[in-house]
Structures are given as C-alpha cells and as structure tokens.
Design a protein around this ligand. Sequence first.
Ligand code: ZN
Length: 119
Amino acid sequence: MVSVPVQCPYCHSTAVIKAGKQANGTQRYQCQNEQCERRIFLLQYQDRGRALEVRRQVVDMAINGSGIRDTARVLRISPTTVIAVLKKSPRASRRQPHVAASSSLTRRPRPGRTRRRAR
Ligand SMILES: [Zn+2]
C-alpha cells in the first residue's frame, strides 16, 4: 500500500487530517497548523473560484486596480465569487485601515489641520 502525504496548500504543513466529505462526495481535509489562514481545504475543487490559485489572482488583480467585473471576466468566475473572496482575504483587508490603524491615522492629521489654519 502506498500512502501519499496530503499537504496544506496554504501553509504547506503535512499535519493534515481528514475532515469528512463534501455533499458531492469529495474528501475534505483540515490543516492542524494553528497559524494557518485556512483550516478546511479540498485537494480538487469543482468550483473554480474556490481554488487557491484563482483566489490569489483575485486579490492580486484587486491590488492592481482591476474592478470586480474585470476580475470576474478574466478569471472566468462570477462577480459574486470575486466579492466573497475579497471579503475573506486577509491580504486585501489589510489595505483598509483597521481600528488600531485608523486611530493612529486620525491622530496625525490634527496637528496638520491646525497648522494649515494658522497659515
Ligand atoms: Zn495550513
């Protein structure tokens, strides 16, 4: 018998366990790495928009200024999938100011505004 180790496509960890099956019968896997951005994954996706490669392209295109419909057309996935991927992507959301980042941003313009008023 030959066993092929399953590797997590996100963190490349081999600490992976089986995690039931999809409704269509495809085996699901769970990554045991605590720091992994994605816990559940499949080795073969039926849905193009769920594959890691396509998800990365969605984020890259968004960062390079492509709109949701542009991205959907080029990658042959639905605009709804593009939005769903972007909402879940930690890389894309990092570009938006978080609570901690926005508080530091609001602190900085205040002396600038008073200086402009003085001039
Ligand atoms: Zn992982």
